[in-house]
Design a binder for this molecule. Structure first.
Ligand SMILES: Cc1ncc(COP(=O)(O)O)c(C=O)c1O
Length: 482
């Protein structure tokens, strides 16, 4: 495929966009329990307007665009106040949770490089429920991860295990508020105390929960302190493109004091062009996401967020008790917010997912790891609220149907064939064989995913990772037609 030799008309281009998008999941439907955080059309309109007005401004140089500097300072001030920050707290606006986490980890690494010159490879202590972005940060910045278990009933970080994992090269402890997978809140005060005792940095991942938890607390939920009010917390990430309903590309990373954030920045005068100083990973950076996030925060306001949280809280409670009441399913832990995971003991929860897909719902599979069972995840967002009863009714039917599906032997076969395989030795032939076993021709996905998920579930995580990378490496290939 080549750039068209002659430009197309506006209508033609826009029509083609819609045509290409017709197989995407309908995100406005409210039937997706993941990826989407939709506060409705009015908010969307405000965000769009702000986004387009500022999309061509370049935050690379805030001296040319003082508006962007002002928006960022105001967004960070609002975020800091929301998380009990005092006048010393500083932060940056970033493109998302992953970038916020990458930056917090890099800042920790470089803080200790200065503080402990000549020390060994830095180590970061992660409860197994910490988001994958921390593993990505470790991979990018050459940090060793020490993964610790969580309580088998509550799925909250085991602080004693974290204590035992601390060594001379530890730089950072991590806790989640809340975790993604099970939506539970780690014991942040206890981890903070541990960090303070050992003079370590402590990052709270509030990417998904940091914005919403204070509203749930105001509405009567029991939410222990998790923010800068907790001694020992040194940095927090909080996404605005999740429960603050800003368009995607909006998060903040906050630090207890500027001396720590300094290690996040990068300046370069060792080349021939403009003197460069970047506060975040991107250099040229659209002003669109920042202006839109600023606009949405102001448009919805505290009263609006509280009202949305009230509806979300009711829906989350109804879904939690509804799922708990379905014979064969159990909610994992006691999630205090609007994310939850459920597992099944006598039937395949991945078959339930496929049945739900046939009924028009998107819910997300989570593979088992160590002692944590495989499960289905729901991230509840405002557009889901209208669907609580129909969702539960279809879930009941799906469970009944899933019980009738004979257990697949594929997982056992995959485990037998590949459990011993060293991931670095995954040959193209073995990759093809695995795809074939899962019923995949080339790179297209089968309609029902239970077998694919079952197979992935049966093989070790390192092999899963390798397989997924191979899969994606074959998926993104230059288009030949179009
Ligand atoms: C707890 C948590 N941390 C980090 C992230 C990563 O955020 P993003 O997908 O915006 O990079 C997520 C995303 O869901 C999350 O739930």
């Amino acid at each position: 495929m080549r750039i068209p030799p002659k430009g197309c008309s506006r209508d033609e281009v826009l029509g083609r966009l819609d045509e290409v998008a017709k197989n995407d999941l309908p995100w406005r439907s409210g039937r997706l329990f993941g990826y989407v955080f939709d506060a409705g059309l009015e908010t969307e309109e405000v965000a769009k307007e702000a986004f387009t007005r500022f999309m061509s401004l370049n935050a690379l140089d805030f001296t040319v665009y003082p508006s962007l500097l002002q928006f960022e300072n105001e967004v960070i001030a609002m975020a800091s106040a929301h998380l009990s920050g005092d006048e010393n707290v500083v932060g940056s606006f970033t493109s998302g949770g992953t970038e916020s986490i990458l930056l917090a980890v890099k800042a920790a690494r470089d803080f200790y490089r200065e503080k402990r010159p000549g020390a060994g490879q830095p180590e970061m202590i992660l409860p197994i429920t910490a988001h994958a972005a921390f593993h990505k940060a470790a991979h990018y910045f050459d940090i060793k991860t020490i993964v610790t278990p969580v309580d088998s009933q509550t799925f909250r970080a085991d602080v004693d295990a974290m204590r035992r994992a601390i060594g001379p090269d530890t730089i950072l402890l991590v806790g989640s508020a809340t975790s993604y997978a099970h939506g539970v809140l780690d014991p942040i005060s206890e981890i903070g105390q541990l960090a303070a005792e050992h003079d370590l940095l402590f990052h709270v991942d509030g990417c998904i929960g940091g914005f919403l938890l204070p509203y749930f607390r105001q509405l009567g939920s029991e939410i222990p302190a998790f923010d800068f009010s907790v001694p020992g917390v040194t940095s927090i990430s909080m996404d605005l493109h999740k429960y603050a309903y800003a368009p995607k590309g909006a998060s903040v990373v906050l630090y207890r004091e500027p001396g720590l954030r300094r290690h996040q920045f990068f300046g370069c005068a060792s080349w021939t062009g403009y003197t460069m100083v970047n506060s975040t990973i991107q250099s040229t950076k659209s002003g669109g996401p920042l202006a839109a996030a600023w606009a949405v925060l102001r448009f919805i306001g505290e009263d609006g967020y509280l009202e949305i949280a009230r509806r979300l809280r009711q829906a989350a409670q109804a879904l939690k008790s509804g799922i708990q009441g379905i014979d064969g399913l159990r909610v994992l832990g006691d999630p205090p917010m609007s994310l939850l995971a459920f597992a099944a003991d006598e039937l395949d929860v991945f078959e339930v997912m496929d049945e739900m897909k046939e009924r028009g719902w998107y819910i997300q599979p989570q593979l088992s790891i160590e002692t944590i069972p495989k499960s289905i995840h729901l991230s509840i967002n405002p557009s889901n609220v209208q669907w609580v009863e129909p969702f539960l009714s279809d879930l009941r039917d799906s469970v009944v149907k899933a019980r009738t599906v004979p257990p697949s032997s594929l997982g056992a076969m995959a485990a037998q064939a590949f459990a011993e395989m060293d991931p670095v030795e995954l040959t193209p032939e073995a990759f093809e064989q695995m795809l074939g076993m899962a019923g995949m021709d080339g790179v297209s996905l089968p309609g029902r995913m239970a077998d694919v998920n079952g197979m992935l579930d049966a093989i070790p995580p390192k092999l899963r990772e390798r397989l997924l990378v191979e899969f994606v490496n074959s998926l993104f290939r230059p288009a030949t037609r179009g």
